[in-house]
Design a binder for this molecule. Structure first.
Ligand code: GLV
Ligand code: MN
Ligand code: MN
Length: 413
């Protein structure tokens, strides 16, 4: 085992430092292509350069650092995670993976160690999909699977991704420059907080991910009729918000008794939004996830048909848009074995577990095999400002990642 001089205290400090780049005073919200996103990326690019990498933003706003191998231009082992956050987020989801990877490269650089492959660390610009409602924009651009039409997707204020890229100083016409080819990337490995309770329950600091659950996302718009809250009799109403409420409870009912299937309505809006007006319009999102694709697809079909039934019964019009579908993404056994060796070398009992959350590897899988290392988080809490990890676990996670990188053997070797 190589001696990893990864500085866990610095990893924690840098997570704190990035959390200060936020649009939310007193909390953390940082969406794709925002001024706060720019500031966080600049900080990350600076740390990459200090760690001996050449670093710059790519055409999609991903922060990319490259540490050359024994010769320049070798294919790379890609590491990373995302720099955007959900609203009122914790400070480790995404950022821990980027900062830990930089710390590993810094440790190699301090030892003047070059490997028979290059290392690239990517701070993906968008994994959460908060601003544009569609996720994995950064990693899909790198994988070359982001259709150009997606750049016309608009945020709530009407700004398209293409316009936001231009305002960020990037040229949407150059999207293809972010793309990597199979063969340029030997493998992709991501360290991430678990976002679940398994490792904590078993007293383990880290675990190796087997697969990332698939997801389907919908936007549902219901149109009824606005009217006077005091005069329209109940039987004559076409209340879009009451119909949405029934749909929300229906989503819960569809998933509730099926193990491993989960469903969430995370956002709802009603118009016109006044205490004395029957809501004429309502719009909400649906997020369905499962480890097995047929399970998710079956639930998706059921949710869609039930929305149509509820809308018909309540005499409201329903429009269902599919925002995104991603199949479940298996981690590569050959990479899992290498990660597992690195876990065991640190004297930690090896635990395999699936990921209920989505990750950039789902997109990168189109060009390279993927692996993930989970780090225990307190109470399994995430997507919440209470998200927390210990410095000791950050140290073990980064040390395992360092050993994995140091001992990494490509599949062809
Ligand atoms: C990202 O964190 C997701 O799983 O939604
Ligand atoms: Mn997240
Ligand atoms: Mn994440």
């Amino acid at each position: 085992m190589a001696e990893a001089r990864v500085e866990a205290s610095r990893i924690m400090q840098r997570c704190d430092a990035l959390a200060r780049h936020s649009e939310l005073a007193g909390g953390l919200t940082r969406v794709f292509l925002s001024p706060e996103g720019r500031a966080a990326s600049e900080a990350v690019l600076g740390w990459m350069r200090e760690a001996g990498m050449q670093a710059s933003l790519d055409a999609m706003g991903n922060a990319v650092g490259r540490y050359e191998g024994e010769r320049t231009g070798l294919p790379c082992l890609m590491l990373g995670s995302h720099l955007d956050t959900v609203r009122d987020a914790g400070k480790y989801d995404g950022m821990l993976g980027v900062i830990s990877a930089i710390e590993c490269v810094d440790a190699l650089n301090k030892q003047k160690k070059k490997l028979p492959f290059a290392i690239e660390v990517v701070g993906f610009g968008d994994e959460e999909g908060v601003r544009f409602g569609t996720t994995l924009l950064g990693s899909r651009a790198i994988a070359g699977t982001l259709a150009r039409e997606v750049l016309e997707t608009r945020d709530a204020g009407g700004t398209s991704i293409a316009d936001a890229l231009r305002a960020f100083g990037l040229d949407p016409k150059l999207l293809d420059e972010a793309k990597r080819n199979r063969g340029d990337v030997l493998a992709y490995a991501e360290l991430h907080i678990e976002q679940g309770p398994v490792l904590e329950a078993e007293g383990l600091p880290v675990g190796v991910v087997t697969a990332i659950n698939g997801f389907s996302r919908l936007r549902v718009s219901l149109r009824g009729e606005a009217g006077h809250a005091g005069t329209v009799p109940m039987a004559l109403r076409r209340d879009a918000l009451a119909a949405a409420a029934e749909c929300i409870v229906m989503v819960e009912r569809v998933v509730k008794n099926v193990p491993e299937l989960v469903g969430t309505v995370g956002r709802i809006e009603a118009k016109p939004g006044a205490i004395n007006v029957i809501p004429g319009e309502a719009q909400f999102t649906v997020d369905l996830r499962a480890p097995l694709d047929p399970l998710r697809q079956e639930a998706l079909a059921k949710v869609k048909s039930e929305i149509a039934r509820i809308a018909a019964e309540r005499r409201v019009e329903a429009r269902i848009e599919s925002l995104q579908d991603f199949g479940s993404s298996a981690c590569a056994p050959w990479l899992m074995r290498q990660l597992e060796r690195a876990v065991e070398a640190r004297g930690v009992r090896m635990r395999r577990l699936p990921s209920g959350a989505g990750h950039d590897g789902m997109a990168i899988k189109a060009i390279a095999d993927i692996a993930m290392l989970f780090v225990r988080c307190k109470g399994g809490v995430s997507h919440n400002p209470a998200e927390s990890i210990t410095e000791e676990d950050a140290a073990i996670g980064a040390a395992v990642l360092f050993d994995f990188i140091h001992e990494f053997k490509p599949l062809s070797a």
